[in-house]
Design a protein around this ligand. Structure first.
Ligand SMILES: CC(C)(COP(=O)(O)OP(=O)(O)OC[C@H]1O[C@@H](n2cnc3c(N)ncnc32)[C@H](O)[C@@H]1OP(=O)(O)O)[C@@H](O)C(=O)NCCC(=O)NCCS
Length: 176
């Protein structure tokens, strides 16, 4: 019988495994034409264990993890009152990362992590959850639309000296 999935909040002691998984998923998603210096640099800096340790300790940041047999399979990273590309977004929370290991795609882990993130932000009385997705990430765009997120516009992300188009998605969590 397959072991069951376990969802739980992330803690500072999880920084190493989150860093490992995040690096794997980031490069798997974005380094599809091979490795470049800007991608390698982002993976080794933004995704370093010390960076996740700092974010795990930040009072406005929450992590939700999903594990099976004590192996990390995915996580969501949410920041309350993050500054958004549109003024009204900062009243809500940003879903900064939602990463599921490729071997576990299309098994409902992403949807359940997202539902947990929404529930947490509803409990905190935040009116919406929003996120930026790279315009070329069609899998993510399809996923968020399937979860009831509305595409509310575009923004740009500077990376390695280039500007990339991001789409901004938003879901209302309360009537406030
Ligand atoms: C986007 C991501 C989190 C989705 O996670 P997942 O666990 O595979 O998604 P789920 O199994 O919960 O999918 C729920 C629903 O979303 C939609 N969906 C998910 N992946 C999809 C895809 N590749 N194409 C079309 N629809 C998709 C479907 O409606 C799916 O329901 P179904 O499988 O019953 O048809 C995952 O693909 C991922 O981690 N990608 C790499 C990192 C990334 O791009 N993160 C988002 C950055 S903004």
């Amino acid at each position: 019988m397959p072991s069951s999935l376990h969802y739980r909040p992330g803690e500072p002691c999880d920084a190493l495994c989150i860093s490992g998984l995040a690096t794997q998923v980031f490069l798997d998603t974005y380094a599809t034409d091979g490795m470049r210096a800007d991608l390698a640099e982002e993976a080794l800096t933004v995704y370093a264990p010390t960076q996740f340790d700092t974010r795990l300790r930040h009072p406005d940041t929450r992590f939700i993890l999903v594990e099976r047999d004590a192996h990390l399979l995915g996580f969501a990273e949410i920041v309350a009152h993050a500054e958004g590309p549109m003024p009204r977004l900062s009243a809500g929370a940003e879903l900064v990362r939602l990463y599921v290991q490729r071997h576990c795609h299309r098994q409902g882990l992403g949807r359940t992590l997202l539902e947990n993130a929404e529930a947490l932000m509803r409990e905190a009385d935040l009116p919406c959850l929003w996120l930026k997705a790279w315009a070329g990430n069609l899998r993510a765009r399809d996923f968020y639309q399937a979860q009831g997120y509305e595409d509310i516009g575009g923004t740009h992300y500077e990376f390695g000296g280039n500007a990339y188009e991001n789409r901004v998605f938003r879901k209302q969590l309360s009537t406030r």
